[in-house]
Write a protein that binds this ligand. Structure first.
Ligand SMILES: NC(=O)C1=CN([C@@H]2O[C@H](COP(=O)(O)OP(=O)(O)OC[C@H]3O[C@@H](n4cnc5c(N)ncnc54)[C@H](O)[C@@H]3O)[C@@H](O)[C@H]2O)C=CC1
Ligand SMILES: O=C(CO)COP(=O)(O)O
Length: 323
């Protein structure tokens, strides 16, 4: 499959980055933004506020109307607005969810939201260790595209891979979506540990045991533990828990240093998906009878019902178990 017209829905950091990557690879890109198009500034600079140092290639066109004709449509809006946006999308092109999280109102993962809002329309999930700014700068990276059918996933990979962006096909959408959503919650925990000066050993333990929790949930929901060892699980956990550029990690870092969530959120304009996802993920885990002690502790920290000192005790005082 050779997709030549790509619609990208959402002109945040991730939408800009994917639009740049596709346009550089020769695709005609329609980048939808909900805010008014910032002409004439944009015509002069070809830059957008979310990635102000990135010049968009000539093949990227901005639009305030949802593109009806495209070979593929990439959804790069925050997860909590995916339902609203998806329900309004025209056309029949396959939808590729690129947002990471669990819907707070329903506990739904991205592809469930797409199935409910666009019944019968083909859909897949793209996720991996991908900081937007690096993809926008054409640095090398890899990610996974998961669809219910492996050949379908392979076709999307062929349509979206670029010389710098290597894509792996998977037929485990549950595993890929679970890893994508949960890594942000664990990253907040890792940030808290570093902010509270609990040390690098604590961070490594959180990454590893966080991966175990995520794998348990993925399996309980019909996914595969092996997927959580891959790019959209452990790969993204490592990136997000160690990269200072992560918004989820840096939010945790500020919490661990003693700031309140309200203070941190009041000076941010970008989305840290783990904040909304944490309680929804915990509810999902409980519904499936899966213990996620790290996710539970992060959720309590975000709710302000425990502090970092108590959180440390909650995790360390648990009964001994096997690995
Ligand atoms: N930034 C990154 O490095 C990566 C982000 N992602 C995922 O992509 C998704 C979007 O993240 P970013 O682009 O980084 O966020 P961002 O905070 O840079 O931008 C979000 C965009 O969505 C728009 N938006 C906000 N609320 C909306 C609503 N109710 N309806 C329609 N549009 C709305 C904003 O105007 C903005 O253009 C998230 O799920 C994130 O986890 C995935 C991989 C990398
Ligand atoms: O998903 C991401 C990297 O893969 C981006 O992480 P943050 O949302 O924490 O910045």
């Amino acid at each position: 499959m050779s997709a030549r017209h790509i619609a990208v829905i959402g002109a945040g950091a991730w939408g800009i980055a994917l639009a740049c990557a596709q346009a550089r690879a020769g695709a005609q890109v329609s980048l939808w933004m909900r805010r008014p198009i910032p002409a004439p500034d944009f015509d002069r600079t070809r830059t957008l506020p979310r990635l102000p140092d990135i010049e968009l290639p000539p093949l990227v066109t901005l639009t305030n109307s949802f593109p009806a004709e495209a070979d593929l449509t990439l959804l790069t809006v925050p997860l909590q607005s995916l339902r609203d946006i998806s329900a309004r999308l025209p056309g029949a092109s396959p939808l590729i969810a690129c947002c990471k999280g669990v819907e707070t109102a329903t506990g739904a993962l991205p592809l469930q939201i797409l199935a409910e809002t666009q019944p019968g329309r083909a859909a897949a999930m793209l996720s991996g260790p991908n900081f937007a700014v690096e993809i926008a700068r054409d640095l090398p990276a890899a990610a996974t595209i998961a669809a219910p059918d492996l050949d379908e996933a392979r076709a999307y990979c062929a349509g979206l891979a670029t010389p710098s962006f290597r894509l792996y096909a998977s037929d485990d959408p549950i595993g890929v979506q679970t890893g994508a959503a949960a890594k942000n919650v664990i990253a907040i925990g890792a940030g808290i540990a570093i902010g509270a000066e609990l040390g690098e050993n604590a961070r490594a333990a959180l990454i590893t045991r966080g991966g175990v929790e995520i794998a348990r949930l993925a399996e309980a929901m019909g996914g595969r533990a092996a997927t959580i060892a891959g790019l959209s699980g452990m790969g993204d956990l490592i990136l997000t828990c160690t990269g200072p550029g992560s918004r989820n990690f840096s939010l945790g870092l500020a919490l661990g240093r003693g700031e309140t969530l309200e203070e941190i959120l009041s000076r941010r304009t970008t989305v840290a998906e783990g904040v909304a996802t944490a309680p929804a993920l915990l509810a999902l885990a409980r519904r499936h009878g899966v213990a996620m002690p790290i996710v539970e502790t992060v959720t309590r920290l975000l709710a302000g019902s425990v502090d970092a000192k108590r959180a440390r005790a909650l995790l360390l005082d648990r009964p001994p178990t096997t690995e």
